[in-house]
Write a protein that binds this ligand. Sequence first.
Ligand SMILES: NC(=O)c1ccc[n+]([C@@H]2O[C@H](COP(=O)([O-])OP(=O)(O)OC[C@H]3O[C@@H](n4cnc5c(N)ncnc54)[C@H](OP(=O)(O)O)[C@@H]3O)[C@@H](O)[C@H]2O)c1
Length: 353
Amino acid sequence: MTTRRAWRMPSAGSLDRLTRVTEELPPPGPGEARVRVEAIGLNFADVFACLGLYSATPRGAFIPGLECAGVVEALGPPRAGDDSAGTAIVAPGDRVMVLTRFGGYATALNVDRRYLVLLPAAWTLAEGAAYLVQALTAWYGLVHLGTLARGQVALVHSAAGGVGLRAVAMARAIGATVIGTVGHADKIALLETQGLPRAQVIVRGASGFGVQLDAALAAIGASHFDVVLDALAGPFFLPGLVRLAPEGRHVLYGAADFMPSGARPSWVRLAWQYLRRPRLDPMKLIDKNRSFMGFNLIWLFERADRLPVSASAALALSPEPAHIGARFGFDEVPRALRTLQSGRTTGKVIVEV
Ligand SMILES: NC(=O)c1ccc[n+]([C@@H]2O[C@H](COP(=O)([O-])OP(=O)(O)OC[C@H]3O[C@@H](n4cnc5c(N)ncnc54)[C@H](OP(=O)(O)O)[C@@H]3O)[C@@H](O)[C@H]2O)c1
């Protein structure tokens, strides 16, 4: 047994319910490794999960957290009937990035070894905790579904966020041109350091978003987008969709616009937003020769066999460590979540143990 600290939600519904506990962690089971966690990567989905707005959240009590990084401390026995194909080969002492379907907000955890990826040698563990979810998401949306190609134009919403910055880097590595949107002007400077000229960054306005998109397209000598990468799902949805070129792909992978601002959701406001959510007519997709796609990688969590190939592809396309926009201590997890929830962060929010 190992003693660990963790942040537990007795049940989803309010950020105020997060409780710090000290508990015993049993030895790793068959096919598992015990990882001593050094850094935890926060994801927007963690906030939705704590608020009770994420359908993949376990019922009852749970430990939030989809990724972390640390050092392998011990290995459990091999799983019966396992061949090692597709299994990360790790040994005690290895520094690893960890994907976990919840349970990451802890100072140690037992994890299926297939969800470990060895940390690039030059990276810090904080950088490791900042990489996998966002790189896999950007890669899946832009490359696997979006099939973004050299010379094409991509619209990346929330471009200064965790997924957004990675998507900008991947699109540039592909040789595509990016127009990025942000919610606040104070994120522009960061995008300029990532190679996006000011004319290619849009601060989404309360009105006239279509005009903003046309001006940004004109600035790069284009008239349409080939790919839209959208995790907002609000009023900015249709203006992007209708500016897709023939064969263009709109990929929706989140609903940040639905994020409540308080510790618990306002169900009245959410119901109103839901009624006014964007709609599209599938017949028009045929008329205009456009595609619309959606995904949530958590539903692919069982496909551990696909992780090594996807992670290698993401690392090959975008091998630079993530931009860490904010760091918190382990005791500050609730404050870290509220900061992420505010929508004012850039890059990745990290909790260091
Ligand atoms: N489908 C999947 O598999 C998958 C996997 C990972 C992440 N995601 C989604 O991808 C998006 C980005 O995730 P992330 O973890 O990298 O987060 P992030 O982009 O670092 O933060 C979320 C961003 O959403 C924007 N936003 C828009 N409306 C908001 C509102 N009402 N309240 C707060 N923020 C708002 C803010 O940026 P701007 O205001 O600058 O736009 C904010 O910074 C999230 O929506 C997340 O749920 C989906």
